[in-house]
Design a protein around this ligand. Structure first.
Ligand SMILES: [Zn+2]
Length: 139
């Protein structure tokens, strides 16, 4: 027990002032694992070795970012990644929610907005709340 406490303190001291694990590190590890899994099914030796090299590079990148002391740059990189990642994650979550909602029908407007109408009320004229365009939809 004392040994474990000491080890934890040593690790905490070592990691002090370092970037640690942020979302981009997790994403890098996830990408590395995904490529590793793909590698299992690859038949071409050249492609397999390429994947192997890329996996090692990603692992190295993840470890480098975790141990880096240049916090400003690592945070800027993570922020850039999150600006790219969040809209995609939210789009997937939104699509899942719309699919799970059996009580409504979702109509995509030409402006990109989703308009929600209750199911089973027959033909309705829908006015897009975003651009004001009207559309007749069957529910
Ligand atoms: Zn619209």
């Amino acid at each position: 027990m004392r040994f474990m406490n000491r080890l934890r303190d040593e690790i905490a001291r070592f990691m002090y002032g370092r970037n640690g694990v942020d979302q981009l590190v997790w994403a890098t590890i996830a990408a590395e694992l995904a490529l590793n899994l793909i590698g299992v099914f690859v038949r071409s030796a050249a492609l397999y070795h390429l994947l192997h090299v890329v996996c090692w590079a990603l692992m190295g990148l993840a470890i480098y970012r975790m141990l880096s002391r240049n916090l400003a740059r690592r945070r800027a990189e993570n922020e850039r990644f999150l600006r790219w990642w969040r809209p995609r994650r939210d789009a997937v979550a939104g699509a899942r929610e719309r699919r799970a909602d059996r009580a409504h029908k979702y109509v995509r407007c030409s402006c990109g907005a989703y308009c929600r109408v209750p199911r089973g009320v027959g033909k309705v004229e829908l006015t897009c709340p975003k651009c004001g365009k009207k559309k007749i939809v069957k529910t």
